[in-house]
Structure formats: C-alpha cells, structure tokens
Design a protein around this ligand. Sequence first.
Ligand SMILES: O=C(O)CCC(=O)C(=O)O
Length: 302
Amino acid sequence: MHTLDATQLDQYAAKGYLVVENVLSASELAELREVTDGFAAQAGDANADRRVLDIGEHEGRPYVRRVKSPHRHHPVYDATVRHPRILDIVAGLLGDDLRLYGSKINLKLPSGTGDAIQWHQDWGFYPHTNDSLVAVGVLLDDMTEENGPLLVVPGSHLGEVYSHNQGGRFAGALDHTQIKDMLDNAVRLTAPAGSITLHHVRAVHASGPNRSTGSRRVIFQNYAAADAWPLVGCGAPGDRHLCAGGDWDAYQDLLVRGQDRQVRLAPVPVHLPLPGAKDSSSVFTTQSGADRNYFASSGAME
Ligand SMILES: O=C(O)CCC(=O)C(=O)O
C-alpha cells in the first residue's frame, strides 16, 4: 500500500525532499526515546563500544553524537527500519522491493554539543548502480529552526553530482564556496517529533549546530531499491564486507520488503569516495579532512 498523494509525489520528484507528519505513535516515540537515552548515557563509560558509539567531547565532557547501525544493536531500532508505515511511504518513492543500506542516529544534544554536518550528497558516500535511494529521518524530537534542522537545496538531486574529495582524499563534504549560489535557496526542514523527513540520495544537504536548550535526535534509515547494487562496499557503513564474499545471509536480511532484483544500471555520474579518508570511523572524522568549514564561515545558514 502506498500512502503518498500526488502532491507529495510531485514535491519529492521536483524538490528531492519531503516531510510526512504523524508517522510514529506516541508509544513508539516514547520507547525509542527511552532506548536512545540508554545509549546516550554510555558517553562517559570507559568500556563503551566505539564501534557502536561515536563519542565527542565538549568542554571536557564526553557525549554521544552518533549511534552507528542502531538496527543491529537494539530490537526497537530494528523494528523501526521495518516499520510498515515508513516502508509504505518509501515504497511510494522507490517501488515495492526495498533494501536497507544503513542506519544511524545523529544526536544533537543541547548546549552546543550538536556537531554540524557539512554540505554533501549521500551519493558521494554510497554510489550505487542507480540512484533509487532515499534517506529517511525519523524525528525523536521536534526539529526546529534553532536546533540544527536538516538543510536541503531543493531540486539539487536533479543537478550535478559533486566530487567529495578535498586535498586528494575523500572528505565527505562539498567545497561550499563552489556552490554558494545554490545555498541561497536552501530550506530548513522543521517538523514535530514522530514525523519523518525523506531526502533523495543526490540532494545537497547539511545541518548546523544545535543552538537550543533541547535535544535534536534523528534516526536516519537509508533505503535502496532492491535493484540498486552498491559500488563501494555493501550494507551499512563500516560493514564493508557484508555482501559478496562476506556475510550473504546478513545482507539478505537487509531486504526489508519485497524480493531481490536483478541489478539495474542507470547513467548516473559517480565520483568514487576514493582514496578513503584518513579516519573514516565517522562522518565527523571524515569531514574533518575538508579544507573549509561552512558553519564557521560568516553568514552561514543554520
Ligand atoms: O543530522 C543531520 O541533520 C544530517 C544528517 C546527514 O546528512 C548525515 O548524517 O549524513
């Protein structure tokens, strides 16, 4: 069953993003928040598993800024990547055969601990044989103008495919000075907790720091049409050998709806994310290799 109406489908096709409100129930939201609080509470734990938690530091205090592949670490997140309403919506955009290609939780906790993410296209990280891929943001908190909302350039998914290399290596970020005019058109995606955002894999997007006193926690669930085969690595980021030559059963388990398909090749330009970043353990370390920090520049949109 597809639940998007013609206006929503047209908006996604033209602009490359969409917000759908009231997707999670109050009890689903409460459970996700409780479990996420449990992960966030491990920030100061010397035994915290750094393969799962990306821990930053602010004024000498550690905080969890990302949970990596949460669907592999708690059943409530696994249920959320397979949530029937979310899959109905995604199927409306990508068709009925869907594979999850990754998940993460970006936690922008209050009081300046929310790390910004520089302008990029997800396609720069995860090129596939075709671009039928979408990232779903599941909002655990209201996403507001002040707390580092997702910023998207409307229509950019139909435009250029950019290299994300800087200084001869993958930096996971665009040189913002080269897309300055486009950024004048960027929009903030704001919505209440329990909503989802959807952005096309080629949409140019970013998000600024959290300037508010509340949290902005978003689970990002990335889906591909089952006929899109990853060109670099397979499965979730970090699970580099999850498909051919690796754990085939685990890869098949990522088929969240429908059936496997023959690979489809589409004429979409690709810049491979190679040579890899010096430290690719997280988007933050990867982007620290970029020459310029947009959010430190004057007049940056947040
Ligand atoms: O957390 C955000 O708002 C940005 C997410 C994003 O673009 C990413 O993690 O790649």
